[in-house]
Write a protein of this length. Structure first.
Length: 372
């Protein structure tokens, strides 16, 4: 069986998905682990996956490193933790133990908790930077070849031959930049600046909402400007030096974060489409498709997913890292931590929210599969 035929099998979906998720989870937990060690916290367990242990070993510091049966996630368990979600036990929180996580200063606990998502962002930045150094940044001149009649661009006054230099306050270096910004801003008024006959001119344009296939059996709503460019004519990769590549890696990571915030904001105010939420089945499909293209495509997807997982973990939901940081903020304001019962209630509410989101996303996955 060749590689392409293997990808089309159930194993071809599972193996890339689990490989990518394990890679990302490992770096997330490694962030918690390294900063905890630096702060003098005793780490009792470092687990990839949940549930019963498949195999593991102890290091010289007494930490149990293990692989568990349910591979969707992982955790680091500190001295004083009641469970994998780092809830404090009633006894341990009062214990006089230098290695106890819950008796450490507030700043140390906050650093340890924030280290997981930060590790995800650093991983993504490094992957993107390496890609820009060794492969390059895809570039195609942002020049309009044609304008569709009755399109948003035609209504705004954009003409063939215009070179788009900025849109929505962001500089445009490539036609791909234009596509990215327009697709994310369906129905929103944007200022576009073009270079026409050597002079800069500005217009206001509102990308029209269009439903297009997402390649996975479903549809996604995107913004359409109604301009075209023969990308194949001048498409190229431009390799960057280490410093510029690193800067672009930070910029690319930040764009993913702001794009996610933008989507969530629209979802909250009722302008977004909850059907675009993706669960594990869709992510498995996407990783399988990336693996079928190339190993580098799979690594780049891992970077995007790493940013997403880091961001989601920073949401102020009890049970997630952001929930713990919210507790620490309350502790800083009150001068003392929340009581055990309040933390346990928050944990239950957070668990319900996370499970609800997972059910909604998985339902979307199932509907996509049936529609395809």
């Amino acid at each position: 069986m060749d590689f392409s035929s293997l990808i089309s099998t159930p194993l071809g979906y599972i193996v890339p998905f689990l490989g990518v998720m394990t890679f990302i989870v490992f770096f997330h937990e490694l962030g918690h682990f390294m900063v905890a060690r630096w702060c003098g916290v005793k780490v009792e367990a470092f687990s990839i996956g949940f549930g019963r242990e498949i195999f593991g070993w102890h290091d010289k510091h007494g930490t149990r490193w293990k692989i568990a049966w349910l591979p969707l996630g992982g955790y680091v368990k500190f001295a004083g933790d009641e469970n994998a979600a780092s809830m404090p036990s009633a006894e341990a929180a009062k214990a006089d133990d230098d290695g106890n996580f819950h008796t450490k200063p507030l700043w140390a606990r906050a650093l340890i908790v924030a280290a997981g998502p930060v590790a995800n962002f650093i991983l993504a930045i490094v992957i993107f930077a390496a890609t820009f150094m060794f492969i390059g940044v895809p570039v195609s001149e942002p020049v309009v070849d044609s304008v569709m009649p009755a399109s948003a661009a035609a209504e705004a006054g954009i003409k063939p031959g215009d070179r788009i230099v900025a849109i929505g306050g962001e500089k445009i270096n490539s036609f791909m930049d234009l596509r990215r910004i327009v697709s994310m801003n369906a129905g929103e008024r944007l200022k576009v600046t073009v270079l026409r006959d050597g002079r800069k001119e500005s217009f206001f344009v509102t990308p029209k909402v269009r439903e297009v296939p997402d390649g996975l059996g479903g549809k996604v709503k995107v913004g359409m400007l109604g301009v075209s460019h023969n990308v194949a004519r001048d498409f190229r990769y431009e390799r960057k030096g280490p410093i510029e590549a690193l800067g672009l890696g930070v910029q690319h990571t930040w764009r993913i974060i702001t794009g996610t915030v933008h989507f969530l904001k629209k979802l909250v105010v009722g302008q977004g489409d909850a059907g675009q939420l993706a669960g594990p089945l869709t992510i498995a499909q996407v990783t399988s498709k990336a693996a079928s293209v190339s190993f580098m495509a799979l690594v780049q997807l891992a970077a995007v997913l790493s940013v997403s997982i880091g961001f989601v973990n920073l949401l102020p939901i009890p049970m997630l890292d952001g929930g713990h940081l919210l507790y620490y903020l309350i502790e800083a304001v009150r001068g003392k931590p929340l009581g055990q019962s309040a933390q346990e209630l928050g944990f239950k509410v957070g668990l319900a929210l996370v499970l609800s989101l997972m059910v909604a996303a998985t339902l979307n996955d199932v509907l996509r599969l049936f529609s395809s």
